[in-house]
Ligand binder design. Structure first.
Ligand SMILES: Cc1cc2nc3c(=O)[nH]c(=O)nc-3n(C[C@H](O)[C@H](O)[C@H](O)COP(=O)(O)O)c2cc1C
Length: 319
């Protein structure tokens, strides 16, 4: 199995679970580790909300060692507020890497001058100084996640400033802010970044088992990050490892999917309590049904379940 190093920390393999707001809480991370992910991320966490000591936000932070490496991802738009939150998480939380979000394209985040709004030409200096300060303050290696630019491609300038600021790894979603989440991913540009900087580069955007070889060939990236392809399919990590080991690849099947669904639900209940977990799990359960039979019948039932017992009855009946 090929390994991969960030700063002086070695990861077991090159397969990473992307940060996904509303999905990559503790439960999904636990399943990702179980199937072999070498690194997972928290959901993006607001620096302002940390500074205001918002209870819901403080509950999203990691306080105990997880089963493998974890990156805590922050977002925000004001250097001082961000650095205050960095100090807080550095002394109160348990994680391996401090990640900063420069990729989120959604209007609510852009309005706060956060996420991919940093990627405009005018904010390059601000971004550099922010990262330099984060690197100085953080006791863990700082990593970050970018897109290829805001409206225009300026990924080489961005990648170079990220490296110069002392960041230890750069994950690149191969699209501009304005390209959202669909359409082509510019893997060739990720390759240009790889050729121009010396820190590890992680490729991201529409990667799954079917195109990983091609993406590796085009990007020459050090590692690969999986977002939507793992939603409802944590066993993708197992498949990626089987593939690299030249073992037969276990295909997605109903039995395994229902086992994982139940485990995900139980973990989510441990994490958030039954009521909140069940509300959240309605959406999550539907991802697990992708590609299985009888989903038209099961989906509406799952979407109105309110208790663990109701979910278990459906999962047992249709297993
Ligand atoms: C529902 C959803 C939530 C996301 N939340 C985050 C987030 O919190 N932080 C982040 O950096 N990216 C976030 N992203 C972007 C993903 O991490 C990833 O960059 C993007 O989906 C492209 O990868 P994929 O094609 O493998 O999904 C999110 C994407 C989706 C679809």
């Amino acid at each position: 199995m090929k390994k991969f190093k960030i700063a002086d920390i070695e990861l077991d393999n090159r397969y990473i679970q992307a940060p996904l707001a509303g999905y990559t809480s503790y439960a999904s991370r636990k399943l990702a580790y179980k199937y072999g992910a070498s690194l997972t991320y928290t959901e993006m966490i607001s620096c302002n909300a940390i500074n205001y000591k918002n209870n819901k936000t403080l509950e999203m932070l990691p306080y105990k060692k997880e089963d493998n490496k974890l990156a805590l991802q922050l977002f925000g738009g004001e250097t001082n507020h961000i650095l205050e939150a960095v100090k807080y998480v550095d002394s109160n939380c348990v994680y391996d890497f401090l990640d900063f979000n420069f990729g989120c394209p959604v209007p609510k985040v852009i309005k706060q001058k956060a996420g991919s709004s940093y990627l405009t030409k005018q904010r390059e200096d601000e971004m550099y100084h922010l990262l330099r300060e984060m690197v100085k303050i953080s006791s863990r290696p700082v990593i970050c996640k970018i897109r290829l630019g805001y409206k225009e491609f300026n990924y080489l300038d961005i990648a170079k400033l990220v490296e110069q600021a002392g960041v230890s790894m750069l994950a690149v979603h191969g699209r501009l802010q304005k390209e959202g989440f669909s359409g082509i991913v510019h893997y060739d540009m990720i390759n240009q970044i790889k050729q121009n900087v010396n820190i590890p580069i992680v490729a991201n955007g529409n990667i799954d088992l079917t195109n990983i070889d091609e993406v590796e060939k085009i990007t020459n990236a050090d590692a690969f990050m999986f977002g939507r392809s793992i939603m409802g399919y944590p066993r993708l990590f197992k498949n990626l490892i089987e593939k690299e080991d030249n073992l037969p690849i276990t295909s997605k099947n109903r039995h395994d999917q229902f086992d994982d669904m139940l485990e995900h639900l139980n973990l989510l209940i441990q994490e958030k309590g039954e009521q909140q977990a069940c509300m959240l799990f309605r959406g999550i359960a539907c991802f697990y049904l992708k590609g299985l039979d009888q989903t038209k019948e099961i989906k509406p039932l799952l979407l109105k379940s309110k208790t663990k017992q109701e979910f278990i009855e459906i999962l047992t009946k249709y297993r």
